[in-house]
Design a protein around this ligand. Structure first.
Ligand code: SF4
Length: 478
């Protein structure tokens, strides 16, 4: 499905968003389905879309993968022959539990007509704003923080939709990227630091004209619908599309600090975000890691698939051959929740098995991150059982010591092995001969660009932290 291990010991992306504005005739329902399918790695628990032709406004959403939610019958139910606007969403529940009513897009009726919103990221002051609004008599139907944004937009009844959205952006803080639609407009916006990604694409019309405008969390979703990348939405920028094309308003720009984990792990390796190619940056991380943490060995082996880019870079820089020492079962997607330790170990074996490339070899095992460390230990064991004489673990991100408040489920702080253990203790825990992580400075060099969020490594949160003590992902369930 993608180069991601869905339920391995990894941080999890909250959501992917998608939107299109197109002159009819078209099949926006089908195109939105294709865009969401390309973004499936960003959320596997729910999917949904809204489609409008300027009058009708259809919504479908449910729990499950894109292909499970949208069978032919359901896709038909949102299809409109003269559709002009659509948005879509894939979700992993970071805020609000995995309940059907938390699936997106969220919709509401306002004096600006019916609106649909799909949201990636977190508003760190959503709980506070929600409580204020509840005291003023506002009503909330869900427990997710996207509804706070939608309510803020709705209550600015004297403003037009673009002005109201800009006002809501100024009120909420955090890391977010959203797509919003009315019956006639598509809007996209990104937080002032640009923590979460959002790109603009265009799909040409065969007979000229603007064709279709596309918004997506990653360029892979643009390519999936035949569009080309035009540019990133800038941090703090609001863009909108209507019959006269693309418009832009800079609402509030601060120092750009996009999420470094997009390049380390989340984004697909064919993506390019904020001008930085994902695959190439992963190779540079591996090269940097080899310079910083060299070790004498016979073979460089990636943890598939997300460790491949860094392993290529490590091998290139060190001159030690790259090889596939672990086979990943391509049919192992989401599996059962393993109730016992034995079942959890079998689950890893169900997904990964060692190849003959490691037998009798000193192995450098390259992975993108260590969260809890439980899976890392099992992978080291697999290699030893297959005859590896030494296992040297190299990680292309710094130790994760702090939770993320901007839409990534890195696990609670107490579950982060690097927040409670030294590197030597982690090495002992996972049973490797040596263990080393890339430095934060090295990571910045490898990714490049004007700035980065690296709060989960440093605790330095560029877009603020929740104002109230309760930072649990279910905090909005009051
Ligand atoms: Fe990304 Fe970490 Fe920043 Fe969260 S805290 S946005 S995961 S770099």
């Amino acid at each position: 499905m993608s180069d991601h291990d869905f339920d391995f010991d990894k941080p999890r992306e909250e959501c992917g968003v998608f939107g299109m504005y197109s002159a009819p005739p078209n099949d926006l329902a089908w195109l939105t389905y294709m865009g969401l399918f390309a973004l499936q790695h960003r959320g596997q628990e729910a999917a949904g879309m809204c489609v409008s032709d300027g009058e009708k406004f259809h919504v479908e959403k449910d729990l499950g993968l894109v292909t499970q939610v949208f069978d032919e019958r359901r896709l038909d139910s949102v299809r409109l022959p003269n559709a002009r606007v659509s948005i879509g969403h894939v979700r992993y529940s970071t805020t609000g539990s995995n309940l059907r009513f938390n699936a997106q897009p969220l919709t509401t009726r306002t004096n600006k007509g019916i609106l649909g919103l799909a949201h990636n990221g977190n508003f760190v002051n959503a709980l506070e704003v929600r409580k204020e609004m509840l005291n003023e008599g506002a009503l909330f139907a869900t427990t997710n923080d996207s509804e706070v944004m939608l309510n803020l937009i709705a209550r600015e009844s004297h403003m037009d939709l673009v002005e109201a959205t800009a006002a809501a952006m100024k009120r909420l803080r955090g890391g977010y990227a959203c797509v919003l639609m009315s019956r006639t407009q598509l809007i996209g916006f990104r937080d002032p630091h640009g923590v979460r990604p959002l790109v603009i694409g265009q799909r040409p019309l065969e007979n000229g004209g603007d064709g279709a405008w596309v918004l997506a969390s990653e360029p892979c979703a643009l390519y999936a619908v035949g569009a080309r990348l035009i540019r990133d939405v800038q941090p703090g920028e609001l863009v909108w599309f209507d019959r006269s094309g693309l418009h832009s308003l800079m609402v509030e720009a601060k120092k750009p600090t996009p999420c470094s984990f997009e390049w380390i792990y989340f984004a697909r390796s064919d993506s390019r975000l904020d001008g930085v190619d994902t695959h190439e940056s992963r190779i540079r991380m591996g090269e940097q890691l080899a310079r910083e943490k060299p070790v004498d060995a016979d073979v460089v082996v990636p943890v598939p698939d997300s460790g491949i880019g860094a392993a290529i870079g490590y091998a290139r820089e060190s001159g030690i051959p790259f090889d596939y020492g672990l086979y990943k079962n391509p049919y192992a997607g989401r599996t059962f929740i393993a109730p016992t330790q034995e079942a959890r170990e079998l689950k890893v074996k169900m997904k990964l098995s060692p190849t003959s490339a490691v037998k009798g070899k000193r192995v450098i095992l390259v992975d993108d991150s260590i969260v809890r460390g439980t899976t890392s230990r099992q992978i080291v064991n697999l290699l030893r059982e297959a005859g590896a004489t030494e296992v040297h673990f190299r990680v292309s991100s710094p130790p994760i010591t702090h939770p993320c408040f901007y839409g990534i489920d890195t696990a609670a702080r107490k579950e982060l092995v690097a927040s409670t253990h030294s590197i030597e203790e982690i090495r002992d825990l996972i049973g490797a001969d040596t263990l080393a992580f890339i430095s934060e400075r090295g990571l910045r060099q490898a990714i490049g660009g004007p700035g980065l969020c690296s709060a989960c490594f440093t605790g330095d949160y560029p877009a603020g932290t929740p104002l109230l003590n309760d930072v649990d992902k279910l905090a909005l369930e009051v």
